[in-house]
Design a protein around this ligand. Sequence first.
Ligand SMILES: Cc1ncc(COP(=O)(O)O)c(C=O)c1O
Length: 394
Amino acid sequence: MQVTTLKSDLKYCGRDKPAFPLEIVKSKDGYLYNRDRKKYVDFLSGWCVGNIGWGNREIKNAIRNYKGPDYIYPNFLYRPWTELAEVLAEITPGKLKKSYRATGGTESVETALQIAIAYTGRDKIMSVEGCYHGNSIATLSLGSAENKDSFGNMIHNFYRVNLPLDDSAADKVETRLKNRDIAAFIMEPVICNLGVYIPEKGFMKRLRELCSEYGTLLIIDEVATGFGRTGKMFACQHFDIEPDILCMAKAMSGGYAAIGATITTEKISLMVEGKVTLYSTYGWHPLSVAATLANLRYLRKHEGELLENVHEINAYFISRLLKMNFRQPVNINAMGMAIGVDVGDSKYATKLMLKCLKKGLILSMEENCLTMFPPLSIDRKTAKRGLDILEDCL
Ligand SMILES: Cc1ncc(COP(=O)(O)O)c(C=O)c1O
C-alpha cells in the first residue's frame, strides 16, 4: 500500500500535535537529509541529544560488533554496568558515586524524586515555575501551577519559585525551605526548557547552602545540559556546586540508544536501600550500555578539542546574532552550544522557525525564544551556513 508518510503518521501515530512535514532519512555530522536529499543544517541535535554530531563511527561499530548477551535481568551482575557506573562516578562532580539505571530522562527524574522522598521522609518538592523535567504525571506536576486542567497538576505537593533566579528568589526559596518539609529542590542548572535561562551565580551558591542548611536535597537535572552541552561536562560545574542527586539521559548515548541515569552519593544511596522501588526492565539494556560506553570513551578522549570548539563557536554565534536585524531588540542567552534568542513574541518565533525550516535550517523554540543546540563538534562553515539562513529569514 502506497501512502505518504505524513498521511500514515496522522492515521496511526499518537502525538500531542501533528508532526512537522519533514521526513528525515539520513543524518551525518551537523546535517539531516530528507527523502529528496535536501540537506538541513541541524541546530537542534535532536534537542540536546546528538552532542558529538551524527554518524560517529566508533559508536556505530560498538553497536554493530556487540557480541554480549541479548538481555540482562536487573538483579543479575553485569560487568559493563559496573564499568559504566564507574565512568559516571568519575565524570560527575563531587561525591556523586552510585548510579541507578534508567531508560531516559523522565525515569531518571522520577528515581531522583523517590530517593529524595525516601531519604528525607518528606513528601514536598520545590522547582522553578515553568520548568520541564519529564513526561510522567509526577514530573509534569513539577512544571507549573497554571495548567489547572492538565495532567501536570494531579499531584499537589509541589512548590515553585519564579524567574528571575536572583537574590530575591533565593530569599523566597529560603522562606519555603525554612518549614523543613521540602524533600528536594530540583532544577536544570542552565534552563534549556525556558529559552536557555542562566541563573545568577549567587542564586546557585545560596541555593546549595540553603538546601544543606534545611535538610533539602538538591537535585540537578542535567538531562539536557549534560555531556558538554554548555561548555563543561556538566553545567552545574559552571557554578561550582555539588548536587546531592544528578539526573542524566539524552546525550549520554549520543542519540544511539535509550538510556538514562540518576547518580547520588554513597551516603544517600545507603540510606534509601530497601525504601525505594528502582526496578527498570529496560534500564541500561546491554546494547544501550555498549553504545553509551563508546560515546563516553569518545567524549572523554576528545573532551579538550570539543570544548575548545564549543567556546570558539559560541563566540561566533553571539557575534553574528548581535548583528542580526530582528524585528525588535533581542536578548541572547548563550552558554556553550545552548543558545536562546528571546525575540519577544511567540508568534514571531514560530514564524521564524518555520521559515528557517523551509530554507534548510532546523532549530526549536520555547515561548518567545528561538533555541539552538548545535553539536559540540559543529565546524565554522556549518555554523555560518545555518546562521546565514536565519539572517536571510528575518
Ligand atoms: C531537563 C529535562 N529533564 C527531563 C526530560 C525528560 O527526558 P525524556 O524525554 O528522556 O524522558 C527532558 C526532556 O526533554 C528534559 O529536557
